[in-house]
Write a protein that binds this ligand. Sequence first.
Ligand code: KIV
Ligand code: NA
Length: 277
Amino acid sequence: DRPITTSSIRKKKETRTPITMVTAYDYPAAKLVDEAGVDMILVGDSLGMVVLGYDSTIPVTMEDMLHHTKAVTRGAKRAFVVTDLPFLSYHGTVEEAVKNAGRLMQEGLAKAVKMEGGRELAPIITRCVQAGIPVVGHIGLTPQSVHQLGGYKVQGRDLEAAKKLLDEALAIQEAGAFAIVLECVPEEVAGMIADKLDIPVIGIGAGATCDGQVLVFHDMVGYASDITPKFVKRYANIGETIREAVETYNKEVEARSFPGQEHVFHASEETIKELYG
Ligand code: KIV
Ligand code: NA
């Protein structure tokens, strides 16, 4: 299978083929997600919550994103890797934003970057695209603004807010983004935006009529993620599998039933005789 590109992603919208995206933060997860046939891997700054144990994405740094992007891109052979620009890494000068986006590609080997926000990001998106950096937008619930939004809640519920979301989406498209993530928005609003946009709209908590779907890896496989919003579907419960495995190991070591003879190396008869007299 040939690697996914921005043009194959765009083509999927044209042919109404759903685009699949899952997050990953390390080499093994990237490898598994890639092997599963997912189109796009997102090195999300959700990293801060599901891997680093912070209670928001705000503490996540450029160095965190670079470190994890490097691991993910080593594991992804076919999937298209997008990395999040973390909190405040694209809110200074345009030059600084382009530099940070560029680092995620040049050092992290990501193929695109994602940034949260609307119309105000247009100049930054345009400069990135001019520099050869493909950009994914992200509107609706934007977790880096959680304290501004007053919590993790559904966005674009009333007519005014829905119209504003469409306006932001159009501005992001106009600025040159090749796709957009729409988070926690009523299905009817998301579907309308996907319909009005030429670029793919990838939804999370945004209903079934988007051009694609994204979920957080740890949430979808049940890997020690304790918060389960309504929009998450649990496809596995690997956390339980891991806990049981480690519990069994712990008991077996305490009971001296691990290691068994099949896990043990032996010295030669001669050496044993010398060692033990
Ligand atoms: O960080 C992340 O995982 C994301 C997705 C929820 C879209 O931004
Ligand atoms: Na994110």
